[in-house]
Write a protein that binds this ligand. Structure first.
Ligand SMILES: [Zn+2]
Length: 363
């Protein structure tokens, strides 16, 4: 059997889980629906609408007008998931600064949109148990996991965590880059505390309910506090462990890095915890850059602690060869070419996440 056929067969057999995407943002903004793949104009020739300007957040992230406008559109959709063999996509609720005044409402609105997409697309389902994932795989469908990227939708009322759990929430990080009522985020020039008392309660409650804790974007103090407090395995859903991540210009006062770079001991700690590190696609040069991150994580943390965390956001910072989710089989092929075993590739593609989900969700 030639390599291409072997790769396709292995990929088709795999439970493929991707740990992070912000695709609910343009859906909740009314720009796209998940049932249809949209074609995004080439950034090189696209003319922005007259008078269009970057807002403060896009400036902070160093986005072009193209990325500011289109975000992850054209990179995630149900047809692309099916083509790319994606079994489960984690869909995060992230709130821009402009949403904070009505945070709970925006969190509910984004949840409503995900449930609406599930209702309207027969091949798309909400995942809340491991049994769901196995059934979805056997039926050839696609699943979505509802997640928080930052606890802002709760305000400072932890009761609402239980409410979101009932709505399907199964993974959550306490912060994005900003400070909130639960913890300090990963801001380069704000080296302050970790969790608040409420943040500590939140970790305990996530353990009790069975919500996977995501360490993405939390600062180092908080990172170690969560690992000490949590009784369950955690994930770091989207990061590049090899490099200081070029999310935006380094001179910004609030560098919202997602990195684990210079953090070998943090990778090792996640391995001891039994957790998983999701390798980011965003900002990588090409497919080989992503593979290098996977191999580095295996070297430091071991084969049981690496997964995928694409976080694609705009065509300009997408890796060549992995521009959107339909391209995922190319990753499997490259991992085979690099000499990795079928068993290891199945773990990377989703097996490791599945193990954590089983432990945390309990069913
Ligand atoms: Zn992120």
């Amino acid at each position: 059997m030639d390599l291409e056929t072997r790769a396709l067969e292995l990929h088709r057999r795999a439970i493929v889980i991707d740990g992070h995407s912000d695709i609910l943002m343009p859906v909740a903004d009314g720009k796209i629906r998940l049932g249809q793949q949209v074609r995004i104009p080439d950034p090189a020739t696209w003319e922005p609408p007259l008078g269009m300007q970057l807002d403060s957040v896009s400036t902070m992230f160093g986005f072009s007008l193209h990325t500011h406008y289109f975000g992850p559109m054209g990179q995630y959709s149900i047809p692309q998931f099916l083509q790319g063999g994606v079994t489960v996509q984690v869909c995060a609720i992230y709130l821009e600064d402009s949403r904070l005044e009505r945070a709970l409402e925006r969190g509910l609105e984004m949840t409503w949109w995900l449930l609406k997409e599930v209702e309207e697309n027969d091949e798309f389902e909400l995942v809340t148990t491991v049994a769901d994932i196995h059934r979805i795989k056997s039926e050839g469908k696609v699943g979505a996991i509802l997640a928080f990227e930052g606890f802002e939708p709760l305000g400072f009322d932890l009761r609402f965590l239980d409410l979101f759990y009932r709505l399907g929430l199964r993974m959550a990080s306490l912060t994005h880059s900003r400070r909130n009522f639960f913890a300090d985020g990963r801001q380069e020039k704000v080296k302050t505390g970790g969790l608040t008392a409420l943040g500590q309660q939140a970790v305990k409650r996530m353990n009790e309910l069975g919500i996977v804790i995501d360490l993405g974007h939390i600062n180092q103090v908080g990172f170690w506090e969560v690992l000490q407090l949590s009784q369950a395995p955690v994930v770091f859903s989207h990061t590049s462990p090899r490099k200081y991540f070029p999310l935006h210009p380094e001179d910004s006062p609030i560098y919202p890095a997602a990195d684990l770079a210079q953090g070998r001991e943090r990778l090792e700690a996640i391995a001891r915890n039994g957790g998983v590190v999701g390798i980011i696609f965003y900002g990588q040069q090409d497919l080989d850059d992503v593979v290098a991150d996977i191999e580095y994580t295996i070297e430091v943390a071991g084969p049981d602690h690496v997964g995928l965390g694409s976080d694609l956001y705009g065509l300009e910072r997408a890796p060549k060869g992995l521009e959107d989710m339909s391209r995922l089989p190319a990753l499997t092929r490259r991992l085979l070419e690099r000499g990795h075993s079928d068993e290891l590739i199945l773990k990377i593609l989703g097996g490791n996440y599945l193990r954590v989900f089983k432990q945390v969700w309990g069913k």
